[in-house]
Design a protein around this ligand. Sequence first.
Ligand SMILES: [Fe+2]
Ligand SMILES: [Fe+2]
Length: 421
Amino acid sequence: MASSVLSMSLSASLAGKSKVFSSKTNKSISSNRKVSKITTTVRATGTMVDDKTGIKKMRDGIKEAADENLLTPRFYTTDFDEMEQLFSTEINPNLDESEIFSILNEFRDDFNQKHFVRNDEFKAAADGIQGEQRRIFIEFLERSCTAEFSGFLLYKELGRRLKKTAPTVAEIFTLMSRDEARHAGFLNKAMSDFNLALDLGFLTKNRQYTFFKPKFIMYATYLSEKIGYWRYISIYRHLQANPDDQLYPIFKYFENWCQDENRHGDFFSAILKARPEFLNDTEAKLWSRFFCLSVYVTMYLNDHSRSEFYESLGMDTTKFNMHVIHQTNKTTATIFPQVIDTYNPAFKAGLDGMLAANQKMAAISKSDDSDIAKALAKAPLLATFAAELVKLMIMKPVDSGSVDTNLEDHHMDVNDPAFMY
Ligand SMILES: [Fe+2]
Ligand SMILES: [Fe+2]
């Protein structure tokens, strides 16, 4: 899963359909964990600081995880019993077994088995990245690693839980978790080039898990895989055309890497097709638009709050984001019954309105005012933010889906070569 898994957090809080709880209460994930012991060790060690960046460390060579907020990548859990029902071929006759088998065989082929091999360039490039740029690089690597690792945890658990009722689907989840473990591991190795790796075991035990019903996991993971694909391939192509901006070799791996994300997304597409009720009624249309919107908004806000990173790679954050959004929306339109009309100028205007409100709220948070003064100053901005979001949600959508598509009526150029990827 790629970085946009984080978007689910926004979806969760806005949908009001989720509950957030500590991993300590999530028996399926957190059994036999000695959480308190680990916490004590950390406290006893005290806070250390990386001398090059001022970033807090848990211990030598290990970065303290960034604070969680609405826009940070999260870990997810779901109703595994309901998932078992979903994937049981006895209960779900629509599941196209031949398609599922061909997907499984593709995962078994393991095209990227030998892809994630490091070389000497990594450490040397990391040593050459200094100052503020070093800090934002580490932040990018951490966010990406956490998002990939979040995918690993969810898919791993699904692979384990579905073994009995749906062994084929279970194996697919296990093989997808293999891919995500590789992605997260590769990013974490990159962080160690900067002497600030993450303690992923510690994160597993101590981070909060957000609960989503299976249906929402399907929409959100489909979108996060596809937007992840478009992000990685767009960065890769930009750097391929502008090799002088290639500051660090990890981006060279994105071409094959993003194919993993694409395959993961295709699997969720096959699953969604097997559940027509997820795609064919008014409620499904609303949820489809809602998840599209929350994924796009989350990426736009996140990337614009660290646009120095994209600029350091010679990219224009807004252009990059709009390209990724348009392409993801086109891909998503092949399966979701409705998507957002991202080419409507009101869409970009709404994103910019939310961005401005978000930036003002962030500035207020950093001020020295009292908490009450901060809350009062933020209230009207929050209202503006919510109003913009609602406007986009009720904006005229694009009817889509595999049955009756009218993409061309909505400025979607299906002959655009990019559409084919
Ligand atoms: Fe991934
Ligand atoms: Fe993925």
